[in-house]
Design a protein. Structure first.
Length: 229
């Protein structure tokens, strides 16, 4: 699964990297090192003209047919093997793909019955990637006309590569920039991209257990720590 991730890009970097035209202020983009479920984060999707726009959404997909608009605990991630048929995700998989902006993520390795060690995982060469995602829009049936939609997203997961398998039995679907057009294209193109990122192109290292608390957001969270014997 993917339960925490980082996004340390500036607005200028995002604008150039994703070729987006959405206007934002540079001050809206402080580095984030501990993004957690139910928090807002940025995704890139197709706009009405076929270009790319940056949109802030809540992490945890709420299907359009939800009665109460609450985020189920199981919708922060969608399995690559079943998203196209699962009721919560199938409509979004067909028509609402997105790229979840990220530059790394955390996973916890179970060391014994009482201890889990967090690791930070990213590309070895520091080149960009994005998570494959889906998005949805929800509005209560009794909401006033013109009331704002609640926009939410989920992150696709797949079987882990050899590196990630050392810490967990799932990993997020990571897409290199050359695969972004395909993910934002047709369902058939998306099907071909839902596979583990090459293990040889990734790296990971142990980090402080402080990342387990959403209250902690400092840059030190991604720094390597030494493991005790």
């Amino acid at each position: 699964m993917c339960g925490r991730f980082t996004d340390r890009y500036s607005w200028r970097e995002l604008k150039e990297l994703y070729d987006i035209t959405t206007p934002y202020l540079e001050s809206n983009f402080p580095p984030r090192t501990n993004i957690a479920p139910t928090q807002n984060s940025f995704v890139v999707r197709r706009d009405k003209q076929g270009g790319r726009e940056l949109v802030e959404m809540k992490w945890g997909l709420v299907p359009s047919w939800s009665k109460d608009g609450k985020i189920p605990g199981l919708t922060i991630n969608a399995k690559a093997e079943s998203a196209s048929v699962k009721p919560a995700f199938r409509a979004a998989y067909k028509a609402r793909p997105c790229l979840v902006v990220a530059d790394g993520f955390y996973e916890w390795q179970k060391r014994d019955a009482n201890e889990k060690q967090p690791f930070f995982i990213t590309r070895k060469d520091n080149k960009p990637f994005a998570f494959a995602g889906l998005w949805e829009a929800w509005r209560a049936k009794d909401a006033a006309a013109g009331s704002p939609l609640m926009l939410t997203f989920t992150i696709m997961t797949c079987e882990p590569n050899a590196l990630c398998a050392r810490v967990h039995n799932r990993m997020p679907v990571m897409l290199a920039p050359e695969h972004w057009p395909g993910w934002l294209g047709t369902p058939e193109k998306r099907d071909a991209l839902m596979k583990p990122f090459p293990a040889d192109d990734m790296t990971m290292w142990p980090v402080s257990k402080a990342v387990g608390s959403v209250k902690n957001t400092g840059a030190e969270l991604v720094e390597r720590v030494e493991l005790s014997a």
